[in-house]
Unconditional design. Structure first.
Length: 196
């Protein structure tokens, strides 16, 4: 699968189903940073997930993808199935988890991310965009972790993150399928300040 083509299609063409989405409005400020910080701040308890019984549970993943230095794509996924896509240029897709395909794919992405949790670092978890990097923020009920690699190594399939990046792109594809093309009628869907 060509990751660049998939993202390019999302950024240019959108999808074709009724969305809970939003395309940027030129007259409004870019919500990217605020939404990203809000998603990063979500706590396990806020999601009403089952009691962890003392175990460490991965409940959320944020992926920052430096897309050729042109934009940062942030994919947000929670164990509840909630999923959103924030692009630093201002395109925001919120509420994807209300669609069954997105919710299932989001949960599968969280499960896949559990495999890299043991290699993740808890020392530097600041939300910081790094040029040329792919970065996963792993949110657990016991702390936050980060794991990253050069995006070129991921594209070349020489990174341990390549498999998880593939799962992330499956989720982006599911979100794309529920996203209208730019300029399509959005009906009653409006810009939402939430993270879902």
């Amino acid at each position: 699968m060509n990751w660049k083509i998939l993202l390019g299609a999302l950024m240019v063409f959108g999808g074709n189903r009724n969305p809970p989405v939003v395309h940027p409005m030129d007259s409004q400020p870019n919500p990217y940073e605020g939404l990203k910080r809000m998603a990063y701040a979500v706590k396990y308890e806020q999601l009403h997930l089952p009691d962890a019984h003392g175990k460490e549970i991965l409940y959320g993943v944020l992926m920052d993808w430096d897309y050729e230095g042109k934009a940062t794509v942030t994919l947000v996924s929670f164990a509840t199935g909630d999923a959103s896509l924030y692009i630093s240029t201002g395109t925001i897709v919120i509420g994807g988890g209300h669609h069954a395909e997105v919710a299932e794919t989001s949960k599968a992405f969280i499960e896949a991310a559990e495999t890299i949790l043991p290699q993740a670092n808890s020392a530097d978890t600041a939300l910081r965009i790094e040029p040329g990097m792919l970065k996963f923020y792993l949110l657990t009920n016991k702390g936050k972790y980060v794991i990253k690699d050069k995006i070129d190594d991921v594209y070349n399939r020489t990174s341990m993150l390549t498999g998880l990046f593939g799962k992330a792109n499956e989720l982006i594809g599911a979100i794309r399928r529920i996203t209208p093309a730019p300029g399509a009628s959005q009906g009653s869907h409006a810009r939402s300040p939430g993270y879902r």
